[in-house]
Write a protein that binds this ligand. Sequence first.
Ligand code: AMP
Ligand code: GLY
Length: 417
Amino acid sequence: MKKVLVVGSGGREHAIVEALLLSPQVGKVYCAPGNAGTALVAENVPIGDTDVEELLRFALDSAIDLTVVGPEAALAAGLVDAFRAAGLKIFGHTKAATAIESSKEFAKKLMGKYGIPTAAYRSFDNFDEALDYVSGRPFPAVLKYDGLAAGKGVVIAEDLSEAEAALRSMLLDESFGKGRVVVEDYLTGPEFSFMCFVDGTNVYPMPLAQDHKRAFDGDKGPNTGGMGAYTGLPFISESDREFAFKNILCRTAEAMVAEGLPLSGVLYGGLMKTPGGIKVIEFNARFGDPETEVVLPLLKSDIYDIFASVADSRPCSLPEWKDAVSLGVVLASKGYPGSYEKGFEIEGLDYVDARVIHMGTKASGEHIVTAGGRVLMVVAEGADISSAREKVYGEIVKIRCSNLFCRSDIAHIALEG
Ligand code: AMP
Ligand code: GLY
């Protein structure tokens, strides 16, 4: 029986752990550092997700058969490179290939060179030149810091003064560190997430999902890490999906091979269905969060086989998916994505008749307490979106905690347009 190490501590990793536990080949799963949810089903290991040296030592000492990397920070820290150099099997991209997510300019240049549809852009390292360019363009203007910025590096500026403030912060104050800024055209249309398992030029698609980035109902309020997600998007036709698969995901995988940076993990296309066709908003080099929590429960195939084949650069058979949809709602700490307090007791979890994924929780004695911005996600499957949604909202009320809130309209674009 195989021993697997999952690196990360969020809902995404909890969902990966649960998927692995369904594999008849998997005997034991460790999660580093994990959370109170992964501790219920796997063994948590107190090592940080970017502590490459300690993770490597643990994997060698414990004879881990396969490691699966969740967060981009671990990929960008070179975890995959270090494990491979030590002869260990690991699912995730090399540090160099992670540039597809960690550098917006790298991704934009790649798309330009290989004809992958995306918004037109220019990039700058000089404040005056950037401001001059933006002044001559229509608003809103989209400004993106060229580096990892924990989801805070994108500003949609409504007017020149907002653009100036953002450029000042990124280029003069270097709020996220030294880096360039990509200025791109503002696109409109529904957004969706297309994740694929990728090994070189072999690309295996997962069901499409839609995230809800804004904090409050009606897509109001600040951007968050994601407040809920669902699959079965009615506004993306089969021909849209085919187009995106061939001309975006497969072409990008081929482009990375041509650049000498083959992918070997998940490629996540953050796409938009614009009036001018489907275009790339961003790429991620990892599973999306919270999309993974709704997508992986639909997998019928053995996920260990998929991870191990990709890690070994061997083709695998096409993953099979259930003929159902899945929907999940996030419970977040009041105040999130701004400042919030932690340590509030959560009750009622045992009564929930749906999947409860832990995103930011901690055990405290006998109790489970809040320990992050996004705390829990309740996920259910159904024959259609309305039945999955009814199930989730029917069960979520059983969770009692004085400091959590959730959106009440997940999948509103699918159900109400
Ligand atoms: P990103 O981190 O690149 O995904 O950007 C965060 C969010 O900003 C996206 O989910 C979009 O809602 C929005 N956004 C990014 N780029 C554009 C664009 N070119 N046009 C319109 N909205 C955008
Ligand atoms: N759900 C968006 C992301 O994972 O980046």
